[in-house]
Design a protein around this ligand. Sequence first.
Ligand code: TXA
Ligand code: MG
Length: 315
Amino acid sequence: MNNLTTQILTADPTGFAAAAQIWQAGGLIAFPTETVYGLGADARNDTAVAKIYDAKGRPSFNPLIVHVDSVETAKLYVEWSDLADQLAKAFWPGPLTLVLPLRKDSAVSKLVTAGLPTLAIRVPAHPVARALLTEFGGPVAAPSANPSGKISPTTAGHVEAGLSGRIDAILDGGACGVGLESTIVGVTDPAILLRPGGLAGEDLAAVLGYTPASHKDADPLVAPGQMLSHYAPGAAVRLNATDKTEGEVLLGFGDMDCELNLSARGDLVEAAANLFGHLHRLDALKTAGIAVAPIPETGLGKAINDRLRRAAAPR
Ligand code: TXA
Ligand code: MG
């Protein structure tokens, strides 16, 4: 996907309305936050979220941070707690991301959490981000707006240099004040520092009453490096299958006979959008095995195959 005309929107009511409309239609917009520019999409829309990974050229489905306009909106998506409330009161809006249990009735796409039972969420402080989120009224999933492996952008010009032609619009809100990604805290008891960032560790410790352990020596379940191995179906997963054997169901790709198809027309963005949902549905059939058709190792296929290899790994 390298053929879009990337519009530059201005930070005024006309620009905000245009941006909200693009999000509603499933498009991608880079927007300023106080930390870095984010590449945002409607967090409830599987296809829109898949397009984020495609535009960034991410080789794997790292879970994404959801941006909302207020604590009230955050509570629609995560299980809130007293500690979450304490941290939000002290630091929201601002450069702090909280990782909390995902609500069972949360409408957030499984591609946002990469199948995890937790969700990273924050209320950004940048006035442009706040105005946009209020105008849109929904949750916005956004990683930093740079091609995978490149430096995080702190101006609209950085975003344009990296992603022009791959996203629908860039909302130009000037340079980011913090210039460093948000601090990420796992809201467990005790709290865990998952990523140091724009909120100083001392300020966090002052509110917590202790210095949180960093993820290296904390619960491996919530540490980012471990997360992608968390979700594996109960059934054995067999890759590059051209046919199913006794006791298996077939997860297809391209025009073929199968129980569920990631994309009958062989579209990798559609396949990514369907990946976690289809794996869950086939797993719920409680068969001995899930055979998966070959997925081309190009574009989003790399991230899909990365995910499938983890699901198929011996455990
Ligand atoms: O300042 C920021 O946080 C920027 C702006 C745009 O908000 N966003 C950002 O996103 O830095 P990204 O995708 O570059 O980094 C997100 C980090 C990743 O390291 C990911 O592993 C972690 O958040 N993360 C997301 N969901 C998580 C979860 N449920 N548990 C633990 N870590 C999570
Ligand atoms: Mg990043």
